[in-house]
Design a protein around this ligand. Structure first.
Ligand SMILES: Nc1nc2c(ncn2[C@@H]2O[C@H](COP(=O)(O)OP(=O)(O)OP(=O)(O)O)[C@@H](O)[C@H]2O)c(=O)[nH]1
Length: 383
């Protein structure tokens, strides 16, 4: 028959193996977000289970008080690891205060009479609250479709919080006679802890992997400076829209936008301020586009905009709107305001063709706009 002490020792092994697995997953050049916090949290938990296994052998101050204070610290570290994965502050004030008040309350209860019911109640309640905070953090803003691992981890921790809540109420309804590791309730707790540690570590690894994949996908498809799409993302979408014109009649327009005299801007106010100009231009363009439109940074100071279901007159209107949004409001940089203008080439097609051809047409129109004096939008035969 398995007793709670044997299970606590098994738990030490399980926890250490989980920590080792995550440490190996972060090995080399792959940095698992939150991995360090999680591994340290697990190591503290392993020490906790070890101390619990020694209950009755070592003084209670170690096997009861220290063990439970370590659990609070581990819970805070595990929260911080998950917060790092989802990009939120790792140690919010309510988390710290819950751990501190829980730890303080437990210490008072321990030195003020060590009533088992009170101590189990305080520990279970504080841990339930820490878990509820983790669940809120994970489920807030995460949908099942977009971040399934984060969502599943949120639900899993919710289940763990429920189990702990039952234990909290159980401590009040059936007060335990002692803190010793005996009896079916302790055995059950240790079994549940096995499943919780394994489930949480697996969930964390999947969640961290999910975040890494999303981050890599973002980097592969977006320009790091402006946040606009890059050519690798733009070209297939543009080509697919053009190919569709063979089956579905319609029109498609492309704008090529180039900032005027950008070299001069760089020379006058510096390369970093030039970067800010690029970001602000992208922001202004983005704010004026419709849902189906697509903005990409196509070269240094050149942007390409895909306008599906847009004819030549409407495309020229959009181009003018973008040009004015850039030229009419001064850019505030390094405490001084500068005027930035852009030239735009417009091209529209109504039949399938290679994207390169369409971009070539827009480029020729852009060249025309530059030749005609810059700060203008030009289409075929229209400048
Ligand atoms: N700050 C900054 N500058 C960039 C970046 N990429 C390209 N550039 C600069 O953009 C400038 C482009 O200069 P040109 O191609 O001569 O064009 P221009 O000065 O805008 O002149 P026109 O297009 O003819 O009006 C070069 O000086 C590049 O160094 C970038 O990411 N950041």
């Amino acid at each position: 028959m398995l007793d709670a002490r044997t299970l606590a020792i098994a738990l030490v092994v399980t926890t250490l193996l989980s920590a080792l697995m995550l440490q190996l997953a972060s090995y080399g050049r792959m940095h698992l977000p939150g991995g360090r916090h999680w591994v340290v949290g697990l190591l503290l938990l392993a020490v906790t289970w070890g101390l619990m296994a020694l209950r009755g052998v070592v003084p209670d101050v170690l096997s009861v008080l220290l063990a439970n204070l370590l659990i609070f610290t581990a819970a805070v570290l595990l929260y911080a690891a998950m917060a790092e994965v989802v990009g939120l502050p790792p140690y919010p004030a309510n988390l710290r205060w819950t751990a501190i008040i829980g730890g303080g309350g437990l210490s008072l209860a321990f030195f003020g009479g060590a009533i088992p019911m009170l101590m189990i109640f305080i520990v279970s309640l504080a841990l339930t609250l820490l878990l509820v905070m983790s669940v809120r953090m994970l489920l807030r803003g995460a949908t099942r479709m977009e971040a399934p691992a984060r969502y599943a981890m949120g639900l899993w921790l919710g289940l763990c919080a429920l189990i702990l809540l039952v234990r909290t109420i159980g401590a009040l309804v059936h007060p335990p006679a002692s803190m010793q590791m005996t009896g079916p309730l302790h055995t059950l707790s240790m079994l549940a802890a096995q499943v919780i540690v394994l489930g949480c570590s697996l969930g964390f690894a999947l969640m961290a992997r999910e975040t890494m994949v999303m981050e890599l996908a973002q980097r592969a498809t977006h320009d790091a400076l402006t946040g606009a799409f890059n050519r690798y993302a733009f070209d297939p979408v543009g080509q697919a829209a053009l190919t569709r014109l063979a089956r579905e009649p319609g029109e498609l327009s492309v704008l090529m936008l180039d900032i005027d005299h950008f070299k001069q801007i760089n020379d006058d106010i510096g390369h970093l301020a030039g970067d800010e100009v690029l970001c602000e231009v992208a922001r202004r363009i983005e704010s004026l586009l419709r849902g189906g439109d697509m903005l990409a940074r196509y070269g240094g100071e050149e942007f390409c905009i895909l306008l599906p279901a847009t004819g030549p007159a409407e495309a020229l209107q959009v181009a003018e709107r973008l040009r004015l949004a850039i030229a009419s409001e001064l850019f505030m940089l390094k405490g001084c305001s500068i005027k930035v203008t852009a030239s735009i080439g417009v091209a529209t097609v109504a039949e399938a063709m290679e994207l390169k051809q369409l971009i070539g047409l827009a480029d020729s129109a852009l060249y025309g706009a530059k030749l005609a004096g810059r700060n203008r939008s030009c289409g075929p035969g229209l400048c």
